[in-house]
Design a protein around this ligand. Structure first.
Ligand SMILES: [Mg+2]
Length: 468
């Protein structure tokens, strides 16, 4: 399916924001953060986890995405078997944490999906844990063209470990909502999905969503190890965050953690939908720099798997995000200049990505990994106006703040886009403003620059609503 630039941003945000919520909540699992406690990626928790490390929620979502990113039909046949096998593979790596119900299935399940589902059905007692809902977001991405197959796949993948009907219903609601948010940029899919449930289930979930929207305190959904309360707590956080855009994503994830108890899971569930709504460009670089986890992945891998899933297993027409080097040979990529207000910052075109001698590279266009720099921070920006950039003011400000943070850590920084004509001077100008200097000086040292008016305005006049 061919997506717009903005839909691509939202598809790229699904796994990224799942992981951000997960890593944000990891350090607070089974606690209730005080109202005035700062919520941050502090690490700790059950792992114990490093700051910025995601837990089983994201790892299991990645196990699904690893298969969906090949373009396989994960809802049946060989694709569903491959997902089951990937769950077993993850279990075999001795994960730092795992839900009780998932463990009970995976430690004894056979190798096929059918055998795994049979094992899940055989478990005694309550089987409505939140462990299938927490990983369901990529299923929404895998079926952007077909809502019915999305719903069917969500059910099949949920029942690999959770036989409970409410777990399946929750996965269908949430996967549908993720899909809807990527396509349409709204949260409406949560309600629209109910049309696809049986009438009694639709009525029950409508009342549960009402309850989440009207509750004044998330303690009402305190038993959020249960799939119903987990969905309600996530929806409570999303519908009670007041900010708009990237600020809404951050505020809602913090609220999801403040809901308490199974904090990483509730925030991971909320994150999947928030990322689908607001996009990768709404996830602050400060979080993206910290994110990491099983199986040795970082933020760029989450974007890659999300896009490959949405694109049915293929790259874009430049070979991105797979290619180690994106071909910009048709462009003038060799320009460079030192920032007028900070000699530790060099500005230019795509050749800077491969230039030795920088501690960090800040990329403002689609690229492969930076081969020499110890740190590479990428920003989702299109060289176009607001119609193709969801959060231009926030993104430019976030990029400039990232340059300032990297400089504060004593790093030399290269900032580049393809030709260094529009995006790079705009971010450089914003950095000048953060330093209290004249942004116009940037254009003196980059005489070739011709920033698009929308970017220059965003850089020099824009007021970001929120930035961590
Ligand atoms: Mg977890």
């Amino acid at each position: 399916m061919r997506l717009t630039a903005v839909q691509n941003d939202r598809a790229a945000g699904v796994l990224l924001a799942t992981a951000a919520g997960d890593a944000l909540g990891a350090g607070y699992e089974f606690t209730y953060p005080a109202a005035d406690a700062k919520i941050d990626m502090i690490g700790g928790g059950l792992g114990p986890f490093a700051p910025g490390e995601w837990t089983d929620d994201t790892s299991m979502a990645l196990a699904i995405a690893e298969i969906s990113a090949t373009g396989a039909d994960i809802g049946r046949g060989a694709g569903l078997d491959a997902v089951a096998a990937q769950f077993r593979h993850w279990y075999g790596t001795d994960p730092k944490d795992i839900g009780n119900q998932t463990r009970a299935v995976l430690r004894a399940a056979g190798t096929t999906a059918t055998a795994m589902q049979a094992r899940a059905r055989s478990l005694p007692g309550r089987t409505g844990g939140n462990g299938s809902l927490m990983r369901t977001a990529p299923v929404g991405l895998a079926y952007l063209e077909d809502a019915e197959r999305c719903l069917a796949a969500a059910h099949e993948i949920s029942t690999l470990t959770h036989a409970d009907e409410q777990a399946s219903e929750a996965c269908r609601v949430w996967s549908f909502a993720v899909r809807h948010a990527v396509l349409h940029g709204t949260f409406d899919g949560v309600r629209v999905s109910l049309r696809h449930l049986s009438p009694p289930a639709a009525q029950r979930w409508a009342a549960l969503l009402d309850e989440a929207e009207t509750a004044t305190n998330a303690r009402v959904f305190d038993k959020n190890g249960w799939v119903v309360h987990a969905l309600q707590a996530a929806w409570w956080a999303i519908t009670h965050a007041r900010a708009d855009g990237p600020g809404h994503l951050q505020e809602a994830l913090e609220l999801a953690v403040r809901a308490g108890n199974d904090t990483d899971t509730v925030a991971a569930i909320a994150g999947g939908l928030l990322g689908a709504r607001w996009g990768a460009s709404a996830v602050p670089a400060r979080w993206r720099r910290m994110l990491h986890g099983w199986p040795g992945y970082r933020s760029r891998d989450l974007v890659r798997l999300g896009l490959h899933t949405a694109w049915g297993g293929s790259d874009d027409d430049r070979g991105w995000p797979t290619a180690p080097e994106v071909d910009y040979s048709r462009y003038r990529t060799d320009r460079r200049a030192t920032h007028p207000h900070d000699e530790g910052v060099v500005l230019g075109g795509a050749e800077l990505l491969r230039a030795p001698g920088f501690d960090a590279v800040v990329s403002l266009c689609r690229v492969g990994p930076a081969p020499h720099a110890a740190e590479h921070v990428e920003f989702w920006m299109v060289d176009a106006d607001h119609s193709r950039n969801q959060h231009l003011v926030f993104t430019i400000d976030d990029a400039a703040r990232t340059v300032r943070a990297l400089r504060g850590e004593g790093k030399t920084v290269a900032v580049h886009c393809v030709e260094g004509v529009s995006r790079t001077p705009s971010v450089a100008a914003r950095y000048s403003m953060l330093l209290g200097r004249d942004p116009g000086d940037v254009l003196r040292v980059m005489p070739w620059a011709e920033p698009r008016p929308a970017l220059w305005w965003a850089a020099t006049e824009g007021r970001p609503a929120a930035c961590t």
